[in-house]
Design a binder for this molecule. Sequence first.
Ligand code: HEC
Length: 129
Amino acid sequence: MYAANCASCHALKGQGGGIGPELSTIALKGVKFIEDAILRPAKSITPGFETWAVTEKDGRKTVGLKSKDAAGEVEITKATGEKVTIAKAEIKEIEQDKDASVMPDNLNEAMTVKDLQDVLAYMMLQKGQ
Ligand code: HEC
């Protein structure tokens, strides 16, 4: 369950993707918090993982996490893991989207109640050292 649906974005004990936050100590936040994070990701976006929408002067729009903000350019990491570098001179508008998370809010659609319980139980084992 976790490996198929979550590990592409989340690292756990050094394994997995680096798009979302590391989850090695997630149990400390409590089961209610974790359930909310899965069912309604946009409700409580983890600080540092806010969603940004960049519109370029040519009309192209890129949505994702701001993974780098340098003097002349920003780097946006999309939910797919693709990184897009955009020159600041080409940006028409950059704004934070507080109503959307890069974590999909329909993950539970593919899960049975038991799947969700299994994932929550697995998350509650992640207490760090
Ligand atoms: C497409 C990438 C992606 C997938 C797939 C994904 N997540 Fe996330 N997750 C994120 C991002 C980005 C955040 C940070 C933004 C937010 O809080 O909504 C996040 C936040 C979280 C948080 C809150 C972490 C904290 O410390 O506040 C939890 C818990 C979580 N995800 C669990 C899961 C679980 C369990 C699954 C699988 C059922 C999953 N995620 C699938 C990207 C993803």
